[in-house]
Structure formats: structure tokens, C-alpha cells
Design a protein around this ligand. Structure first.
Ligand code: GLU
Length: 464
């Protein structure tokens, strides 16, 4: 078998979105699975819509996902000479021809066809045929170049996802492959690239299914081997409609911004339209080992934000505390929170990771330990009642000398409660309010231990 060569060929017209990332992941994984090569190609021939920022967004997204390419990035705009050379070869070989039909003539043709209720298509008036005499080229008209599509038979392929697809050549008219100004057109460039780059498997979104019969015909005319095609079904949003900005984050880098881990996003994307039995959680290495085209589903995959959040928390919990802290620090920095003074960040994130499913949420949760806490007057009034003040005073006295570990602090809380005949919330809630300005926290003994004796004493003395 030939070595596998796949490509990801985004058009740089926006950010790298989730659908594109899934296509990139599958192409990358297939190459890795087979010890092949993964190529990055930037399809920037739509000069009006392509931007350098969008190119950068693609590169950033791929880097963040750690989908490394072996060759490229190739830019189509830098390959124009090659496309033009191939067009000349095709003209010489008779697989393409000049067409001088003007815009007005095409409009008239379309109007006639529509009046007859026919599908509008080029009628082949400049198409050379044996025994056919073409009119002399009109003066002053720059011709386009058309591909001489076969007229008979069908063009068919066994799509690795969708199964056999066959289109009658009669359905396809002669595609323009070079415009009057000589610039090559999109479908043609893709063919030359896939051919030159030796692509064996084209894995792409199924919005390209309609291009495939045309591309196969062109590749055949070039004498190129036809790659295997795998057209991935689209991704639907949580609500079952086509995934769009309405559904929240669609740009890959937005997931980074919202505090998702690369590995969680990779694991999540891997399951968007592909499965390995019932496995939901697996590593990148396992994915590469298991990935195949046979288990890609032909039906649309539905985005499930809850599941992504769950996976993200799973991966956060798997991280050693030091690594989780290191990954959370930039998100704290974005909140202008410095962690140099205050409790050990490793301990803080370890304490809060069970309650947070993104790094952003984790940073938000632990920031109370690194900035002045200002409990609202209402919160204090609600919890710092006369009923619990004496117990809090005793507890504060105990805190000054208690051994500084969670069991000792827990024992002090328990002893204070029983001495004053109070239930846990009567102590825990005012303590939380005073210490961190909120009543939703992990176990209060752990919060106290994390804060440290000095900080706890200072805070309690302020309010008692
Ligand atoms: N440039 C195309 C896109 O961004 C992909 C073309 C292909 O994969 O063949 O949709």
C-alpha cells in the first residue's frame, strides 16, 4: 500500500471553527495512524475574503490543538505558476479548451434554458469535437479555459463515510478552470494540489461532496491517481440546528480563552462523528491507535456542551496539582490576580477543581485567596448573628494555637459547636462569609487551612 498522505486545506476567511478542527483532527489522526504524512495547505485563492489574520488564526488553532503538520503550510497563491502550467498542458492535450462566450451570451443562454424549464448549463458551443467546426475566435475577447468534461457515463466513488456515490456526467457541464484574466479557479487548484502533493485520502466536510465528481474527472484527465474520499457530515449545535455562532463558542481559540484543555477538546472532537465502541474518554495516543474511516458516522453529529464540560473537568482533575496550577495561572493573570502572596496555588486549585469545569471557572473560584475580600454588609448581617458570635469568638481564640492541619481545624470546629450546642452551618457559614466573602466553598476546614493562620486571624478579628 502507498504511504498515507492526508491534508487539511482550510480557506483563511475567518477563525478556525470547530467543524474545521474536527476535519483537521481526523485527517491528522489518519496520517498518524498509518505512519503517513499530514499536509497543511492554505486555500487562499479567494483574495477578497482571505486575510493574514485568518491564516494566523488557523496556525494558532492548529498549534493549540497540537495537530502538527509534516509538510507545508503551502499557500495556493504561491502556486499560480504551477496551475497555469498545468492548464497549458491540458490545452495542449485537448482536455481543456478556450471558450469565448461573453457574459451577455451566457445570460441569454440561461434565459432560454430557464424559459424551457431546463437546468441552466453551458451548451458547449466552444467545445472542440471531431468533425465540429468552431467559429473563429472573436477579436478582443479574452477567453476563459474550460475543462472538457466527459459527456457520457457516470463518475462514481466509494466514499469512505457515505458509501457509493455516482453522478451522471450529463449532469456536469464544462467547468471554467481559468478565468479570462488567467487566474485558475478553486476546484481546479484543489485537483492540482491533491495530485502534486500525492494525497491518498481526502478527508473533508460534506459541503464538498458536490465538488468531488468534478475533481475526479479533472484528476482523471491529468492522469492522476484518484484518492479515497471521506466526506464528514456536518456538526449540529446542542439544539439540533446547524452549528453556528448562536450556539456560543465555535472558534477553537475561544475554547482556549474559556479555559478548556487541549486534550479535552481533542477527546471531545474525536467523538464528534466517530466512535470506538462505547469509549468516551481516551488519550490522543489511543485515538491514533484506534482511528479508522469505517467508524465515522454518516449522520450528522450533535454538539453537546455539557459533555465537553464534563470531559474538560475530567482532564483537569487528572492533572497533577502543579500542572493544574501552572495552567490556571494565566487565567488568573487575565483577571489581574497575582498569586505571589497568598496561599499555595497548587493547594487552592486542588481544593476547587471538583467544583469547576473550566480553567476560567477555577481562576474565578480561587481568586478570593489572592485579593482583598470584601464581604457585603448583607452577607455579614445574614450570617454573623448574635446566636453564633460567642462560638465564633471561642473559635478565633482556638485558631491562634491549633495545630495547622485540616483534622485539627475540623476538631476545633466540632468542639466549638458542641460547646455552644450549635449545628455546623452556624459556624461554617459566618466563617465562609468573613474569610472569602461567599458562602459557597469547599469544606470550611480545608478553606481555613489553605488561607493560613495569619490571614484567618486577621479576617476574623476584623469582624468580631
Ligand atoms: N478550502 C476548503 C474549505 O475550507 C476545503 C477544500 C478541501 O478540503 O478540499 O472548505
Amino acid at each position: 500500500m502507498k504511504p498515507v498522505r492526508t491534508r487539511f486545506a482550510p480557506s483563511p476567511t475567518g477563525y478556525l471553527h470547530i467543524g474545521g478542527a474536527r476535519t483537521a483532527l481526523f485527517s491528522w489522526a489518519f496520517a498518524r495512524r498509518h505512519g503517513g504524512q499530514f499536509i497543511l495547505r492554505i486555500e487562499d485563492t479567494d483574495v477578497a475574503r482571505s486575510t493574514p489574520e485568518a491564516v494566523q488564526a488557523i496556525l494558532d488553532g492548529m498549534a493549540w490543538l497540537e495537530l502538527t503538520h509534516d509538510e507545508g503550510p503551502f499557500y495556493q497563491m504561491q502556486r499560480t505558476d504551477r496551475y497555469k502550467a498545468v492548464i497549458q498542458e491540458m490545452l495542449a492535450a485537448g482536455t481543456a479548451y478556450y471558450c469565448y462566450t461573453s457574459r451577455e451570451e451566457l445570460d441569454a443562454l440561461r434565459a432560454e434554458q430557464e424559459a424551457r424549464k431546463e437546468k441552466p448549463r453551458y451548451d458547449g458551443r466552444w467545445r472542440p469535437e471531431i468533425g465540429k467546426t468552431l467559429p473563429p475566435p472573436p477579436a478582443g475577447v479574452e477567453p476563459v479555459v474550460r475543462f472538457k468534461n466527459p459527456v457520457n457515463g457516470v463518475v462514481a466513488w466509494n466514499d469512505a463515510v457515505k458509501g457509493r456515490i455516482a453522478i451522471a456526467n450529463a449532469e456536469l457541464d464544462d467547468l471554467i478552470i481559468a478565468r479570462a484574466d488567467g487566474t485558475p479557479t478553486y476546484n481546479f487548484c484543489v485537483c492540482v494540489d491533491d495530485w502534486d502533493m500525492g494525497i491518498t485520502h481526502v478527508i473533508r466536510g460534506d459541503d464538498h461532496v458536490n465538488n468531488t465528481p468534478r475533481q475526479i474527472n479533472i484528476l482523471q484527465a491529468l492522469g492522476a491517481e484518484i484518492p479515497t474520499y471521506a466526506h464528514l457530515s456536518m456538526i449540529l449545535g446542542d439544539d439540533g440546528t446547524k452549528l453556528s455562532k448562536r450556539h456560543g463558542a465555535v472558534s477553537v481559540m475561544q475554547y482556549e480563552e474559556e479555559g478548556f484543555l487541549t486534550e479535552a477538546v481533542i477527546n471531545y472532537l474525536a467523538r464528534l462523528g466517530w466512535s470506538h465502541g462505547d469509549d468516551e474518554v481516551f488519550s490522543r495516543a489511543q485515538f491514533i491507535e484506534w482511528f479508522d474511516l469505517d467508524h465515522i458516522t454518516a449522520s450528522a453529529a450533535q454538539f453537546n456542551t455539557e459533555k465537553l464540560l464534563w470531559l474538560n473537568q475530567h482532564y483537569m482533575k487528572q492533572l497533577p496539582a502543579a500542572e493544574l496550577a501552572a495552567k490556571t495561572r494565566p487565567y488568573l493573570a487575565r483577571l489581574n490576580v497575582e498569586t505571589d502572596s497568598g496561599p499555595c496555588l497548587e493547594k487552592a486549585v486542588a481544593l476547587y477543581v471538583d467544583r469547576c469545569n473550566t480553567l476560567c471557572a477555577l481562576a474565578e473560584a480561587v481568586k478570593v485567596f489572592y485579593q482583598p475580600v470584601e464581604p457585603s454588609a448583607e452577607l455579614l448581617a445574614q450570617h454573623l448573628t448574635d446566636e453564633c458570635r460567642p462560638a465564633l469568638a471561642d473559635f478565633t481564640a482556638g485558631i491562634a494555637t491549633v495545630a495547622w492541619d485540616i483534622p485539627s481545624i475540623a476538631a476545633l470546629i466540632k468542639a466549638t459547636l458542641s460547646q455552644h450546642n450549635l449545628k455546623m452551618p452556624k459556624l461554617a457559614m459566618p466563617l465562609r462569609a468573613m474569610l472569602v466573602g461567599q458562602t459557597q466553598t469547599p469544606s470550611v476546614d480545608a478553606v481555613i487551612e489553605l488561607l493560613g493562620r495569619e490571614q484567618v486571624l486577621t479576617a476574623l478579628k476584623k469582624y468580631l
